[in-house]
Each structure stands twice: as structure tokens, then as C-alpha cells.
Design a protein around this ligand. Structure first.
Ligand SMILES: *Cc1c(COP(=O)(O)O)cnc(C)c1O
Length: 409
């Protein structure tokens, strides 16, 4: 196994180049496309070699629960993109989130998190960790005083997502990181909505970044995966052994799929972001749309922070239609190109009604606090021609509004 033949330090390359050449491990066959090493184990020439490898004196592979060449290529490429010293891939985004928290925490510790969390992340923080003696506090993520007030002597780590799901609020990552570091705590950022191209939490002070690779990184609706990125020390102290011994490892096949997906990530995120911006502008002009939430628009409540923290508005937007749940359902049901699905980051545009799907489990007052009303729809903008998407939304909104118009006539 050899590294890229003409060795230029991949860290000095720009992201699009890193995502095509970075982290490649070529076999002796010098294949152009990354190889898929669908293997559980590895042979040793001698017992002496096996002994050295188990001791850590020989850096080769031992067992694919610990490491695998295809999985390593995905980790190396993601570490370059994120500017992180180390990365560990996992079977899903939730495996990455769970490991990034469980790996750091023990009974008696305290964790603070923004209350606007992906449903399963909320389960881990609010229900799972307390079962093991870790207390948790949920705060309004955009309120820095709330983060400060939540700190306790035993606060070990904090967790947040920005932009948030589904209302696309922006949390000031650098400010929260400062609060944590002042108290000797760490910050973990789930960077899924921003994508690794548009926001760099570690440069803003986060200690650890996690992704569901299932979303934009695959971006074609095929495999699940996740990844944890941090300093060598953070990974060594908190993550390395936890993952090795508990086994939520990424399948080499999924790693291979994700590795190939990274080659096109910048092209996809840019095109999807451009279309999202166009669609947000279109929706904002519609009289039957009460509000349009898109971090790239100047009317976003935190437009200035979004500009400071992100290099683009992203591929996700949410909007509230007049007429509540009935109108939202009529509009979504009338779409012919945009599909109804809770997934996101896909080449296919997907729409969901958070109140009745992703956020159904929340109590009504929790939903209200998060701004998730009955008319709210969340749209993940795909790679279709944006004119077709706008026409699809226009005809669906027209149909959704029709009964109301008749009633008013
Ligand atoms: C999807 C998602 C996850 C979980 O990822 P899986 O790959 O589905 O396990 C975590 N956080 C956010 C923000 C997500 O969108």
C-alpha cells in the first residue's frame, strides 16, 4: 500500500482538490479509483509481525472493527477537509453523536445542549445520558446568557447543531466555545446542516465536530454513515478506545460509497445552495407564505451571524404556509417532483412537515418554543433544475390555496 505517488502535502491543497486526491491509499496495483477492501481481517507474515502490530510498533491493520484501508481513506479525506488532526468513521450519524458524548462522559458529569436538536440527539442528551448518571441541561441555543447560566463545576461538555432543524436558527459557535473553555468544558458541534464546506466549527473553537455522512456527504440517498473529527489528543483520550471496544464501525462498502461521494461534494453543495437561495427568494414573494427561513437571506433574524460563521446559506430552507396543517398537507401532497421524505441533503429535493414527523414526539409546548407551527414545511433542495422546482412549488401552493379562495369568494 502506497500513498499518492507525487507527494505534495494535501493540507496545502484547496478543498475540491483534497476531496478528489486527499487521503488516498493505493494498493500495489496502482488503481485510479479508490479500492474497496471488503475484508474483516489481515494476514501477518510472521508471528513476530503480529506481535509488533498488537503492541502498536507496526502501524498495519489488525481487524476491521479497529480500522480498514477503505474506511481509513474516508477518514483521512474528511480530516483534510475539516482541518482536523484525526477522524474516526462510524456506522451512522447517531453512532458518531453518541460516541462523541459517551466517550467523554462518566457518572457525575453534567452536559449542556441547545434544545433545538435532531430528535435522536435529544434522546441521547435528555434520556440516555441521565440513565448513566450524567445530568443534562437544555438551553435556548441563541441565548448566550442561558449557556453561561447553565454551567456547573461538573459541566464536562456541550452539544449543539447550527443551523438548527427545522427553523434554521444560527447559534454563535465561537461564543459558546469560549464559554465552555472558560469553564474547562469542551464543545461538540453537529455540523450536518451547514455541511463541512460552508462552516468550520473547529476554526471557531469547537473541540469536536460530528457528521451524519448519510446526508450531504453521501448526498445520493444510498448509505448511512457518520464521522467524528477532533485533535489527536481528543480522539486518543475520548473516542479511540470507545469505538474499538464497542464496535459501531463503518462498513468498508459504505466507506467506499462515501469516499466516492466526497469527490462531488463541493459541486453538489454549491449547486443545491444556489437553488435553495433562488427558491427562498421565490417563496418570500408568495402572499400565501407567512415566513421563509433561510440563513442566506438578509431577512434572516441572524443574517449577520450567519454571514460571519458560514460561507453560504446552505441547502435547507423552511417556510410557513397560510392555512396551517391542512394547507401545508395540501401543498406537499400536490408536489410532483419534490418528494415527501424526512431525509435531507439528497440530490432529490425532499419536503417534510416537522410537526407531524421529525418533531412529532415533542410536547406541544416544546414545539412552540422551537417555532414549529402547523403550517411549517422543511425543504431540502436537491440537484434538479431550479426552474422545475419553482414551478412545482408554485402549482402546489396554488392548489393548496384554492379551497380557501373559493370560500372567500
Ligand atoms: C440525520 C442527522 C443525524 C443522525 O444521522 P444518522 O446518519 O441518521 O444516524 C444527526 N444529526 C443531524 C443534524 C441529522 O440531520
Amino acid at each position: 500500500m502506497t500513498s499518492p505517488r507525487k507527494s505534495r502535502d494535501a493540507r496545502s491543497l484547496r478543498p475540491a482538490t483534497q476531496l478528489i486526491h486527499g487521503g488516498t491509499l493505493r494498493s500495489r496495483f496502482e488503481e485510479t479509483s479508490e479500492a474497496l477492501f471488503l475484508t474483516q481481517g489481515y494476514l501477518y507474515d510472521t508471528m513476530e509481525m503480529a506481535e509488533a502490530r498488537f503492541k502498536g510498533d507496526d502501524p498495519g491493520f489488525i481487524y476491521s472493527r479497529f480500522a480498514n484501508p477503505t474506511v481509513s481513506m474516508f477518514e483521512r479525506r474528511m480530516a483534510l477537509l475539516e482541518g482536523a488532526e484525526a477522524a474516526r468513521a462510524t456506522a451512522s450519524g447517531m453512532a458518531a453523536v453518541t460516541a462523541s458524548l459517551m466517550g467523554q462522559l462518566k457518572a457525575g458529569d453534567h452536559v449542556v445542549a441547545a434544545r433545538a436538536l435532531f430528535g435522536s440527539c435529544l434522546y441521547v442528551v435528555e434520556e440516555l445520558l441521565p440513565r448513566f448518571g450524567v445530568e443534562s441541561t437544555l438551553v435556548e441555543g441563541t441565548d448566550l446568557d442561558a449557556w453561561r447560566a447553565a454551567m456547573r463545576p461538573n459541566t464536562k461538555t456541550a452539544f449543539l447543531e447550527s443551523p438548527t432543524n427545522p427553523t434554521l436558527e444560527i447559534i454563535d459557535i465561537a461564543a459558546v466555545a469560549d464559554i465552555m473553555h472558560d469553564h474547562g468544558a469542551t464543545l461538540v458541534v453537529d455540523n450536518v446542516f451547514a455541511t463541512p464546506l460552508l462552516q468550520h466549527p473547529m476554526k471557531l473553537g469547537a473541540d469536536c465536530v460530528v457528521y451524519s455522512a448519510t446526508k450531504h456527504i453521501d448526498g445520493q440517498g444510498r448509505v448511512l454513515g457518520g464521522i467524528i473529527l477532533a485533535s489527536e489528543k481528543f480522539i486518543a483520550d475520548n473516542i479511540h478506545n470507545y469505538l474499538r471496544q464497542t464496535g459501531p464501525c463503518l462498513s468498508p462498502f459504505n466507506a467506499w460509497t462515501l469516499l466516492k461521494s466526497l469527490e462531488t461534494l463541493p459541486v453538489r453543495v454549491e449547486a443545491q445552495g444556489r437553488s435553495a437561495e433562488r427558491i427562498a427568494d421565490f417563496l418570500a414573494e408568495r402572499p400565501d407564505v407567512i415566513r421563509t427561513l433561510y440563513p442566506g437571506r438578509s431577512d434572516h433574524p441572524q443574517a449577520e451571524l450567519a454571514r460571519r460563521q458560514m460561507s453560504g446559506g446552505g441547502t435547507m430552507l423552511s417556510f410557513e404556509v397560510a392555512g396551517g396543517k391542512a394547507a401545508a398537507f395540501r401543498a406537499a401532497n400536490a408536489l410532483s417532483i419534490i418528494g415527501i421524505s424526512n431525509n435531507l441533503g439528497d440530490a432529490k429535493s425532499l419536503i417534510t412537515h416537522p410537526e407531524t414527523t421529525t418533531h412529532q414526539r415533542l410536547k406541544p409546548e416544546q414545539r412552540e418554543a422551537l417555532g414549529i407551527g402547523p403550517g411549517l414545511l422543511r425543504l431540502s433542495v436537491g440537484l434538479e433544475d431550479v426552474e422545475d422546482l419553482i414551478e412545482d412549488l408554485a402549482q402546489a401552493l396554488d392548489k393548496a390555496a384554492a379551497p380557501r379562495r373559493h370560500a372567500a369568494e
